[in-house]
Write a protein that binds this ligand. Structure first.
Ligand code: NDP
Length: 336
């Protein structure tokens, strides 16, 4: 089949494209300009006409994806701003929400489409909590939405991003509900935590790295200033393959799926550095909890993940009772 991948030049998306091509799919990668697609063309040239580009200059415009969706069997919508620099929350909310609704609307009008996979985030699931809390696919980060509604520009950058992911994902499920009878496709949503791993997209300088890779880069280039955070993560290659599975598996339709490899502390990556460079980094001090510790929601996850009872493969606990974080599993839950 042929898959449209939006935001195809991004950190995660290039891996999604690669994984799809390796698994026999054809891919149309949507990017904002021809220049942003040039590297992709070169990178995937060995796949010949199984890889092509669509130029979608502004994903917030009505009907922006109408041409790009033509003839595809499925869509992987990854395009969404992920950064913590927005002053006006609309900088994040508009492309996240309008981009999602726009691509779904184009898909609604396109009879060839059978499945849409949206890359959401655990940012749409978790909220800050003063006490340890178990999160599951039943949870929504309404707290971030409320913060942004209340405080606008004064809301924290994390809340602005989290609100953009929550509102975009909610908009997607609401769209499907509203148009159910007209749709020839179903929706599958993936909710990864922090995504780390090799960078294969075009990056001009370390400063231009995507947010999560830049955090990792910072850990190695400024280990003394290492961020105190800890949390959950997933390997970019695994989340890319999860997109493939979400397209291949009938059962992924209508599901919201948290995909996490488990908990980490930034010190873990320093400890995992090759022996020859290890001495550069202070070894063995778990920095994850220094300076006040990680944000509480993430700390909760970490504690759950280390509790020894955290791994629940394939949806053992759909009600969110007891087990905590579903490390290393695809946990599925019907949300609509
Ligand atoms: P990148 O910044 O590397 O990629 C984002 C992609 O979205 C790029 O193709 C970018 O295009 C496009 N995009 C961003 N803003 C806009 C906009 N306003 N209009 C049109 N296109 C836009 O980020 P990631 O690869 O890390 O993120 C991909 C997806 O994964 C996002 O939905 C993100 O929320 C989600 N995610 C990421 C996690 C992570 O840790 N990396 C964790 C959980 C979820 P351009 O290059 O032209 O700006």
């Amino acid at each position: 089949g042929k898959v449209l991948v939006s935001g195809a030049n991004g950190f995660v998306a290039v891996w999604v494209v690669r994984s799809l091509l390796e698994n026999g799919f054809s891919v149309r990668g949507a990017v904002r300009s021809a220049a942003k697609g040039a590297h992709l063309r070169e990178q995937f040239s060995k796949y010949g006409d199984r890889f092509g580009l669509a130029i979608v200059p502004d994903i917030t415009k009505v009907s922006a994806f109408d041409e790009a969706v033509k003839g595809v069997d499925a869509i992987a919508h990854t395009a969404s701003p992920y950064h913590f620099q927005a002053d006006d929350p609309a900088e994040l909310l508009e492309p996240a929400i309008k981009g999602t609704l726009g691509i779904l609307e184009s898909a609604r009008k396109c009879s060839s489409v059978k499945r849409v996979v949206v890359t959401s985030s655990t940012a749409a699931v978790l909220h800050d909590s003063p006490t340890p809390q178990v999160f599951s696919e039943l949870d929504w980060d309404d707290q971030a939405v409320e913060e942004v509604e209340k405080k606008g520009r004064a809301a924290s950058n994390a809340h602005k991003y989290r609100a953009s992911k929550t509102l975009a994902e909610r908009a997607a499920w609401d769209f499907v509900k509203k148009h159910q009878s007209e749709l020839g496709w179903d929706l599958s949503v993936l909710n990864p935590p922090l995504i780390l791993g090799p960078v294969i997209h075009e990056v001009s300088s370390p400063d231009a790295l995507n947010t999560s890779a830049r955090q990792m880069h910072g850990v190695f280039t400024q280990p003394d200033a290492v961020v105190s955070g800890a949390g959950c993560w997933v390997d970019v290659r695994d989340i890319a393959f999860a997109h493939v599975l979400a397209l291949q598996k009938q059962e992924a339709g209508g599901e919201r799926i948290i995909i996490s490899a488990g908990a980490f502390k930034w010190q873990d990556w320093l400890d995992a550095a090759p022996a020859e460079s290890k001495s550069k980094y202070q070894k063995g001090t778990p920095r994850g909890r220094k300076r006040g510790g990680p944000p509480s929601a993430l700390r909760c996850q970490q504690e759950q993940a280390h509790s020894g009872d955290a791994v629940s493969q394939h949806g053992g606990n759909r009600q969110g009772r007891g087990r905590g974080l579903r490390a290393k599993g695809m946990v599925r839950m019907r949300v609509c």
